[in-house]
Design a protein around this ligand. Structure first.
Ligand SMILES: NC(=O)C1=CN([C@@H]2O[C@H](COP(=O)(O)OP(=O)(O)OC[C@H]3O[C@@H](n4cnc5c(N)ncnc54)[C@H](O)[C@@H]3O)[C@@H](O)[C@H]2O)C=CC1
Ligand SMILES: O=C1O[C@H](COP(=O)(O)O)[C@@H](O)[C@H](O)[C@H]1O
Length: 257
C-alpha cells in the first residue's frame, strides 16, 4: 500500500500495537477521539467517527483504512455501541467509498461469535486436545450487544463491498495483551494475540489481494478454538507467537528466527 493509511482509534491498545510494529512502514493518517498526550510522529486529526464531516476529513487522500475506533467494552450498553460502533462504522464506510478508498480493514471481535462457547463445549474447547474450531464461515453468534455491533460492522462491510466494490477484511481479534498471554485465563490464552502478531496481521491485510474476508486475529496458540488457516492462506499471515511458549509472564520458548 503506497497511499496514506487512515488509522482510527489510533490512541488505543490495538493502535499502539500497530504503530509500534509498522510505524515506519506506511504514511499514516491517525484519527484520535481526544487530543493525544504526546505529539504524534505522523499526520493526525481529532474527530468522532459518528460525525460525517470528521470522517470525510479523515478519509481524504487515503488509499486504505484500518478502523479500530469504537467502544471496546464487552459490557457496553446499546446506546454506546449504536453510535460509536455501528453508526460510526457506517459513516466511515460511506465516506470511504465516496473517496474511492481501496481497502477497509475492520476490527471485529471474538465477541461476534461468543455464544459458540456453550456450557457443553467449555472449558474443553479452550484446551489444546480439543479439536473444535471456528473458521470465519460460521454465522455470527454474539453473546452481548458489543458483539452484535461487531457482527453488524462485518455485515456493513459485506454491503459496501458488494454494492460499492471496496475490498474488506474483517479481523475477529482475540485477546491482545502486551508481552505475555493472559495469566490464569484459559480462554484468553486460547485467543491470545501478541503485539507483534497484531501488527503483522494488519500489515498482511493492507498488502494481500482479496475481495471480502473474515479471519481470526490470534497468535499461533497450541490452545485455540479459532482457525487461522484462512488468514494464512489469503493474507499470508505467519504469526511468530504461541501462548504455550510462556510460563506465566516468562517466555520459555523463543520464536523461530
Ligand atoms: N483489545 C482487544 O483485545 C480487542 C479489541 N477489539 C477491537 O479493536 C478496536 C480497538 O480496541 P482497543 O484498542 O483495545 O480499544 P481502546 O479503547 O484502547 O481504543 C479505542 C479507541 O477508539 C476511540 N474511540 C472510541 N469511540 C470513538 C468515536 N466515536 N470516534 C472516534 N474515536 C473513538 C477511543 O478514544 C480509543 O482511543 C475496538 O474496535 C475493539 O472493539 C476487538 C477484539 C479484541
Ligand atoms: O473484543 C474484545 O475482546 C477482548 C477479549 O475479550 P475478553 O472477554 O476475554 O475480555 C477484550 O479484552 C476487549 O476489551 C474487547 O474489545
Amino acid at each position: 500500500m503506497d497511499d496514506p493509511v487512515l488509522l482510527t482509534g489510533a490512541g488505543g491498545a490495538v493502535g499502539e500495537a500497530i504503530l509500534e510494529g509498522l510505524g515506519e512502514d506506511y504514511y499514516w493518517k491517525l484519527m484520535f477521539h481526544n487530543p493525544p498526550a504526546e505529539q504524534p510522529n505522523h499526520e493526525y486529526l481529532i474527530g468522532d467517527v459518528d460525525n460525517p464531516d470528521d470522517v470525510r476529513e479523515a478519509v481524504a487522500g487515503v488509499g486504505a483504512v484500518i478502523h479500530l475506533a469504537g467502544d471496546p467494552r464487552p459490557e457496553a450498553p446499546w446506546d454506546s455501541v449504536l453510535s460509536n460502533n455501528i453508526d460510526g462504522t457506517q459513516k466511515l464506510y460511506e465516506a470511504a467509498v465516496e473517496e474511492g478508498v481501496e481497502k477497509f480493514v475492520f476490527a471485529s471481535s471474538n465477541h461476534a461469535v461468543g455464544s459458540f462457547e456453550t456450557d457443553q463445549r467449555t472449558p474443553d474447547m479452550y484446551r489444546p486436545e480439543d479439536d473444535f474450531r471456528l473458521d470465519g464461515t460460521e454465522f455470527p453468534r454474539p453473546g452481548n450487544l458489543y458483539g452484535v455491533s461487531k457482527a453488524t460492522g462485518e455485515v456493513l462491510g459485506r454491503y459496501y463491498h458488494d454494492e460499492h466494490g471496496i475490498k474488506v477484511c474483517n479481523i475477529r481479534i482475540g485477546n491482545l495483551t502486551r508481552g505475555h498471554p493472559p495469566i490464569d485465563y484459559e480462554r484468553g490464552q486460547a485467543m491470545w494475540l501478541s503485539y507483534p502478531d497484531c501488527a503483522h496481521i494488519h500489515q498482511c491485510a493492507l498488502e494481500a489481494d482479496y475481495e471480502f474476508e473474515i479471519v481470526y486475529g490470534i497468535s499461533d496458540n497450541d490452545r485455540k478454538y479459532y482457525s487461522i488457516d484462512r488468514a494464512k492462506e489469503v493474507l499470508n499471515y505467519r504469526p511468530q507467537d504461541n501462548s504455550a511458549h510462556f510460563d506465566g509472564e516468562n517466555r520459555v520458548v523463543e520464536p523461530d528466527a
